[in-house]
Design a protein around this ligand. Structure first.
Ligand code: NAP
Length: 345
């Protein structure tokens, strides 16, 4: 175990947040992590001071996995800089995960941001990320989206080289399917896969989670609160500003919205009966899906962060899990991405 791994474990033990292993290469983290995307984009105006206060509160509560990306600063580095500033005093006690994979200089088209996972670009983005984060190593470097123009063997090989050079510690993939996972893992062990997974979004259950388990890869569910729908703090799509993606998210559109809200009301009744919030129910449900799972809910609020972290101490009975399944047997009404940008496995 490296000194950094030991620091993280000590941090979790002193704060009472259980530690979970992610993959078989030694990566571990407190059972609930924190995503920083919403601190600079996606859900209306960002909130840098709120973000920094939330990251520091998270650390005090034993959170050690912090998730950012080049994309979250749209190439300016702003999200990584925010995270780097916030963890400056305890950087070696935490896991910093960031992602490459887009071409920030290319114009956005109907299929979203242009992809670029060419080895020279991975190296360039990694150097930028190190600089923006103010660190000499990235703990988990993820490919953000599979690039059909670059063989995954080249991507895994390049990250393997960065690991050998000490710039990166662990290889991660995001939105990769079974075939890509196997091919990457054959070149360099994949420590963690990050993909959307929640009570609302269940697609990974059929074919992805079995392969993750077979290969000994950890799993990080992103948008574990269904982009906030699973907190109950929602309003119809038309009431969000244009820079809030929920204004166009299918799950918020008329027809789907009402169905999903009805499900949230039933989940809230279950949560009330247990003396927890629906947000905690959603996170505890994910933690109950396997001890190889560390969700990364996003929030800009230290108070909401504390509510989310407390979900690690919630126990769901088989009856609770069966009731959740009864309420949402196949997940939410509506698609998680428009067809043009839906990742295909
Ligand atoms: N790999 C990928 O392609 C990918 C894609 C999307 C996201 N991610 C990662 O996953 C992280 C989390 O996903 P996400 O932020 O999209 O969605 P999420 O965690 O499912 O939901 C975030 C939303 O929930 C709200 N929220 C959080 N806790 C709450 C609480 N206790 N009560 C009420 N509202 C609460 C937040 O608002 P406030 O901020 O106002 O609290 C925010 O609007 C991101 O930050 C990012 O790191 C990765």
């Amino acid at each position: 175990m490296t000194q950094q791994d030991k620091n993280q474990q000590d941090k979790n033990q002193s704060s009472n947040l259980p530690t979970r292993k992610l993959g078989t290469q030694g990566l571990q983290a407190g059972a609930i992590g924190l995503g920083t995307m919403g601190m600079t984009m996606a859900y209306g105006a960002g909130d840098e001071p709120g973000g920094i206060a939330t990251i520091r509160r998270a650390y005090d509560l034993g959170v050690t996995l912090f998730d950012t990306a080049e994309l979250y600063g749209m190439g300016t580095g702003s999200n990584e800089q925010l995270l780097g500033r916030a963890v400056k005093d305890f950087r070696d006690d935490v896991v910093i995960a960031t992602k490459f994979g887009f071409d920030m200089d290319a114009p956005q088209n109907a299929a979203g941001m242009a992809l670029n996972s060419r080895p020279d670009h991975i190296r360039e983005v990694t150097e930028n990320s190190l600089r923006h984060l103010g660190t000499d190593h990235i703990d988990v470097l993820y490919q953000h989206r599979v690039d059909p123009d670059v063989p995954i063997e080249d991507v895994a090989g390049t990250i393997g080289e960065l690991i050998a050079e000490g710039k990166v510690r662990y290889l991660g993939l995001s939105e990769a399917g079974p075939d890509i996972l196997r091919r990457a893992h054959a070149v360099h062990p994949v420590s963690v896969l990050q993909t959307e997974y929640s009570v609302f979004e269940r697609a990974v259950e059929a074919e992805v989670l079995p392969v993750v388990r077979e290969l000994g890869i950890g799993f990080v569910p992103y948008s574990p609160l269904g982009r906030g729908f699973l907190t109950g703090a929602v309003k119809p799509a038309a009431e969000y500003p244009a820079d809030d993606m929920r204004s166009w998210d299918d799950r918020w559109q008329p027809g789907n919205y009402e169905k999903n809200l009805a499900a949230i009301r039933e989940l809230t009744a279950l949560a009330d009966a247990k003396g927890i919030t629906v947000t905690q129910l959603a996170l505890a449900w994910l933690l109950a899906q396997g001890d190889d799972i560390v969700p990364i809910p996003g929030t800009r609020s230290p108070q909401r962060l504390a509510e989310n972290v407390a979900a690690a101490h919630v126990t769901l009975t088989p009856q609770d899990l069966a009731r959740v399944q009864e309420i949402l047997p196949r997940g939410a009404a509506g698609s998680r991405y428009p067809e043009a940008i839906m990742p295909s496995w």
